[in-house]
Design a protein around this ligand. Structure first.
Ligand code: NDP
Length: 458
């Protein structure tokens, strides 16, 4: 009889957990995965996928307007939130099913319920105890709402996808991915959006030009962006909410969306009993192989709070499966991870920001282009695109690529390969552009900006 019930017990059937489980099973391991919500985790249910569907929906408003300049006559337009949410729910249910069949086809046993770790090899689920040689924690993260008067009146990205109606007036708190994406989504659908951020410029961690340009573009669309202020309290006022801000102003809105970050989902899992160390935010501390302080317990994805992106979790999950059952210790590679923000307009980014590169390299060449996309020469829409390359002068390597503009994520995904291959600026220059595209600008920028003066440098 086998020493353990399973070779691998995964807690959490999100992106990372499912990839690790099915690959481990394909390597011949006996695998079970526990899930207490819907299959697919945050990304499928209340994250990337439904968000992107809402982003598509939100672009039609301006597309219909722009169509007029291209000769199209359109009748009166109305937007039906309930229909969109119902269609979105149908697609998410289909994806839940796809995840279930992926597990089934690969021979992974799915256990519905909340799992608790009793010791390093024992898990309790639904009143049953099972044992496993290895345990993988892939429980993701949960929205964090800063405590304060009336904070329970705010919703998070968990609730926004299933609201019965689109809020006419909304306050968005936070300056990260989720906050700017929902500012664009709701504004695009016709809501009156105010976004507040406690710092002086949102999207901390992104290139400063990207942050500045996105703020300019959002303000041009009349999104009420307020920096340097925070939420103090929320009170019910009739059917509405009164939100008091740090600058003393009071906003009457229909919803407050708190997009103030996410915390690793480890509370109540029992990890401490198994000797798993957590950091101050509750994230599982892991080494470069994603192994926790307990030698048979691994963790991947948002619960480790490394780079909280779906493709990274999948990559980490695959690496754990290869390490444990593929006979090859494999460290996930966290370098040059590209990402996109599906704001209006999109951001796409890979590699170092200019500020990060200035800390690493003695001398940089910065290439920048800001232009009106061809499409808007007819529509007259006041929207510009930004493209930026950060180049290490000593090696001529392009160490950062940044864009604000339509399809930035689609464009930067291709450039991420060049960055991963350590392409030089000369190789970018030797690449023929595809004309007429916005993307060709990335291979036609010839003149670097003048080097910063001492006063202007960071
Ligand atoms: P982020 O960490 O991106 O942003 C959180 C924001 O909330 C920051 O602006 C932060 O400010 C602010 N904040 C944090 N605590 C407080 C507080 N106590 N009071 C006021 N403001 C506060 O988190 P998100 O929730 O936007 O997204 C979570 C993660 O999900 C992202 O980091 C990303 O990894 C992932 N994601 C990725 C997407 C994509 O790839 N397109 C889309 C959505 C999410 P400050 O900067 O000052 O700390």
């Amino acid at each position: 009889m086998a020493e353990f019930d399973y070779d691998l017990f995964t807690i959490g059937a999100g992106s990372g957990g499912v990839r690790a489980s099915r690959m481990s099973a394909a390597f011949g391991a006996r695998v079970a995965v526990a899930e207490d919500k819907h299959l697919g985790g945050t990304c499928v249910n209340v994250g990337c996928i439904p968000k992107k569907l809402l982003v598509y929906a939100s672009h039609y408003g301006t597309d219909f307007e722009d169509a007029a300049a291209y000769g199209w006559n359109l009748g009166p337009r109305t937007f039906d939130w309930a229909r969109l949410i119902a269609n979105k729910d149908r697609e998410i249910a289909r994806l839940n099913g796809v995840y279930g069949s992926i597990l089934e086809k690969n021979g992974v046993e799915l256990l519905n319920g909340t799992a608790h770790v009793l010791d390093a090899h024992t898990i309790e689920i639904g009143g049953r105890r099972v044992t496993a040689r290895y345990v993988l924690i892939a429980t993701g993260g949960l929205p964090f709402v800063p405590p304060g008067p009336g904070s329970d009146l705010a919703i998070t990205s968990n609730e926004i996808f299933s609201l019965p109606a689109r809020p006419e007036r909304v306050l968005i708190v936070g300056g990260g991915y989720i906050a700017v994406e929902f500012a664009g989504i709701l504004h695009g659908m016709g809501s009156q959006v105010t976004q507040i951020y406690r710092g002086n410029l949102f999207l901390r961690g992104f290139d400063d030009d990207v942050r500045t340009v996105l703020a300019e573009e959002m303000r041009k669309q009349r999104i009420d962006l307020r920096f340097g202020t925070d939420l103090v309290s929320i009170e019910r006022r009739g059917g509405a909410l009164a939100a008091t801000l740090g600058d003393g102003s009071v906003l009457e809105v229909d919803q407050v969306l708190s997009a103030t970050g996410r915390l690793p989902n480890t509370k109540g899992l029992g990890l401490e009993a198994a000797g798993v160390e957590l950091d101050a935010f509750g994230a599982v501390r892991v080494d470069e192989l994603s192994c926790s302080s307990a030698p048979n317990i691994y963790a991947v994805g948002d619960v480790t709070n490394r780079i909280n992106l779906t493709p990274v979790a999948i990559h980490e999950g695959a690496a754990v499966a290869t390490t444990l059952f593929g006979g090859k210790p494999t460290c996930p590679d966290h370098s040059d991870v590209p990402s996109a923000v599906f704001s209006h307009p999109n951001i796409g980014s890979v590699g170092l920001t200019e500020a990060q590169a200035r800390h690493q390299y003695a001398e940089l060449a910065i290439y920048k282009a800001r232009f009106k996309p061809l499409k808007h020469t007819l529509t007259g829409r006041d929207e510009t695109t930004l493209m930026k390359l950060v180049v290490d002068r000593a090696t001529d390597r392009v160490v950062g690529c940044h864009m604000v503009g339509p399809d930035a994520g689609e464009i930067v995904q291709g450039l991420a390969i060049a960055i991963k291959c350590k392409a030089t600026k000369a190789q970018f220059d030797a690449t023929i552009g595809i004309h007429p595209t916005a993307a060709e600008e990335f291979v036609t920028m010839r003149d670097p900006l003048p080097p910063p003066t001492l006063a202007g440098s960071e």
